[in-house]
Design a protein around this ligand. Structure first.
Ligand code: NAD
Length: 402
């Protein structure tokens, strides 16, 4: 079929398999343009492996360090005339390209919060890899089903005070005001249950109990602090509360991980456009301003540039791990948001933040770049893909369905 983007609000309900494959190829090419890692991970489990930071980490591990990878995600295959999700196409492309390069790559598609999926992952590690030396937790989920069957939701709201902001309508490139009432205590608690550290802890404890973590294994989880402009909705909001809980979880995991000479790290990453961040109120304007100034300064990064820097200059740079005096902040976190938080970048954003309007949006910010990144996230808007051609929307993948 011929596939075009179909955009509703901040969602694109279609994805293009050829564009998604090109996206993965470009990420692989970026990793391969760097020196290979000599002391990187060799067997890696990535939970939340099909988009944004998780996929980029998987590519960095596989193509930068020759790692065997198991990817866990929740994606939709194509059904009749409905395309698969972008994460499905990208994972299928990654798996095919990794296997063609002689690397082990397999996938589990289902709910990572469930006990059954965790057990299936343990069984797969035991059968195929024995143990893993890195576990990346990069889940961003709208909701979580708890063990008793009840469902808790991830709500993006401010805490204490209402939030007045704006988002951008993709179809018209105009601003739409948003106002959000403060979250209730219940909404805060539920968001922490979905996006906090509890499930990461459960995963690591179960992997440890099953003896599938190798000596010296490290586990990482990603967080965001962001610039002041985003604090009312992010850092001081429900999601920020969940992210604080990651710091708690990393500390709680320190002792059990020390038992295998391992470590648990929270890494603070930069803001960029992913499925998850596109849902955050106000983020479209912040990121459009950020893209503008970071591109001008030559410091713009996407997820693959971030995970490359995480691997080559932090986690596997030879001295950083275990040498805590190295690059960790006072909370023990790895910082990759250093370029985003530079004064010259944040001053630019702050000065323009409240004066963005329909008239000046494309002039003072890089909304065009944001829009292109949004389309490319779904496999559209790539030079080198003919979007008028018929493509097969059903793309098979080596995956355990759950
Ligand atoms: P994303 O939306 O691109 O990816 C989320 C992943 O989680 C996908 O692989 C998806 O399939 C998977 N997933 C969702 N629900 C699942 C479930 N129930 N079971 C199994 N898999 C499930 O998100 P992202 O932006 O890359 O976020 C990953 C992490 O990085 C999050 O913790 C996020 O807060 C953090 N982070 C993001 C940014 C940013 O700007 N995007 C910045 C800093 C940190």
């Amino acid at each position: 079929m011929i596939i075009k983007p179909r955009i509703k609000g901040f969602l694109c309900t279609t994805a293009h398999p050829a564009g998604c494959e090109l996206d993965v190829q470009q990420q692989i090419a970026h990793v391969e343009s760097q020196d290979p890692l000599t002391n990187g991970p060799k067997k890696v489990l990535v939970i939340g492996a099909s988009g944004g930071y998780g996929l980029a980490t998987r590519i960095s591990a596989a193509f930068g360090s020759g790692a065997a990878t198991i990817g866990v995600f929740f994606e939709r295959p194509a059904v009749k005339k409905r395309t698969a999700s972008a994460g499905w196409y990208k994972s299928a492309a990654f798996t095919r390209l990794a296997q063609a390069a002689g690397l082990y790559a397999t996938n589990i598609n289902g709910d990572a919060f469930s006990a059954e999926l965790k057990q299936a992952t343990i069984d797969l590690i035991k059968k195929d890899l024995g143990k893993v030396d890195m576990v990346v937790y990069s889940l961003a989920a709208p909701a979580r089903q708890l063990a008793d069957g009840s469902v808790v939701k991830n709500t993006l709201k401010p805490i204490g005070e209402p939030f007045e902001g704006a988002t951008v309508d993709f179809n018209t490139a105009t601003l739409r005001p948003i106002s959000l009432m403060p979250a209730s205590e219940e909404e805060i608690a539920e968001t922490v249950q979905v996006m906090g550290g509890d499930d990461w802890e459960q995963w690591i404890k179960e992997l440890l109990a099953a003896d599938v973590l190798a000596d010296g294994c490290i586990t990482t989880n990603y967080t965001y602090l962001g610039g002041e402009a985003t604090w009312p909705i992010y850092y001081h909001g429900t999601i920020g509360r969940a992210k604080e809980d990651l710091d708690r979880a990393a500390k709680a995991l320190a002792e059990p991980m020390a038992g295998i000479n391992g470590n648990a790290y929270v890494a603070v990453m930069k803001g960029l456009l992913t499925q998850a961040s596109s849902a955050i109120p106000g983020m479209a304007i912040y990121l459009s301003l950020l893209f503008k100034i970071m591109k001008e300064k030559g410091t713009h990064e996407g997820s693959i540039e971030q995970t490359t820097r995480l691997f080559t200059t932090r986690l596997f740079s030879g001295s950083a791990l275990g040498d805590k005096a190295g690059d960790l902040d006072e909370q023990g976190r790895i910082r990759l948001d250093d370029w985003e938080l530079r004064d010259e970048i944040q001053d630019f954003v702050k000065q323009r933040w409240s004066s963005v309007s329909d008239e000046n949006l494309t002039e003072i910010s890089d909304f065009e770049g944001y829009r292109a990144a949004f389309l490319q996230m779904h496999g559209f808007d790539f030079d080198g893909v003919d979007y008028e051609l018929e493509v097969e929307q059903v793309v098979p993948m080596d995956v355990v369905e759950f």
